[in-house]
Design a protein around this ligand. Structure first.
Ligand code: RB5
Length: 155
């Protein structure tokens, strides 16, 4: 059976990650947890890389990343081709990141929001469809950026 969603965090959001994982499972989703697995201090890039790579490769359609602010994880995940990671510490951003940006990674700040809001954001994000149309045209332009990045890396 295909695993529905991949989730990762650092120590700063370990507790929120556990809460969200249980919440996802209670929604009937299967979850791949790439760690961290405790509140022992770790470096967040490794965990952002694991989830970014898993979504970028197509192994997972969607992922969730958490760190203290959500900033570091967003920066890491958005370095991967085809990853559209959206830091959403409020409900409006969660809705719009799906409707207009077809975000495939939701990023949350464990030191910014509480558990109840975080779960509302997760539910909203998972349940909001992409609108397509002119927004798809705009997302198609991301491919050009990825080409430009590859070209400049070659020089
Ligand atoms: C860890 O202290 C903190 O820097 C990290 O969780 C995150 O907020 C980085 O952006």
């Amino acid at each position: 059976m295909r695993t529905d969603i991949v989730i990762g965090c650092d120590h700063a959001a370990f507790s929120l990650k556990e809460t969200i994982k249980s919440h996802l499972q209670s929604r009937g989703l299967t979850v791949a947890d790439t760690g961290a697995h405790s509140e022992d201090s770790v470096d967040y890039p490794k965990f952002g890389i694991d989830v970014g790579r898993a979504v970028s490769s197509g192994d997972f359609e969607k992922g969730i990343l958490l760190c203290g602010t959500g900033l570091g994880m967003s920066m890491v995940a958005n370095k991967f081709p085809h990853v559209r990671a959206a830091l959403c510490n409020d409900l409006f951003s969660a809705v719009m990141s799906r409707r207009h940006n077809d975000a495939n990674v939701l990023v949350l700040g464990g030191r910014v929001i509480g558990d109840v809001l975080a779960m509302e954001i997760v539910d909203t994000w998972l349940d909001t469809p992409f609108e397509g149309g002119r927004h798809q045209r705009r997302l198609d332009q991301f491919d050009t950026i990825e080409d430009m990045t590859r070209e400049s890396a070659g020089h």
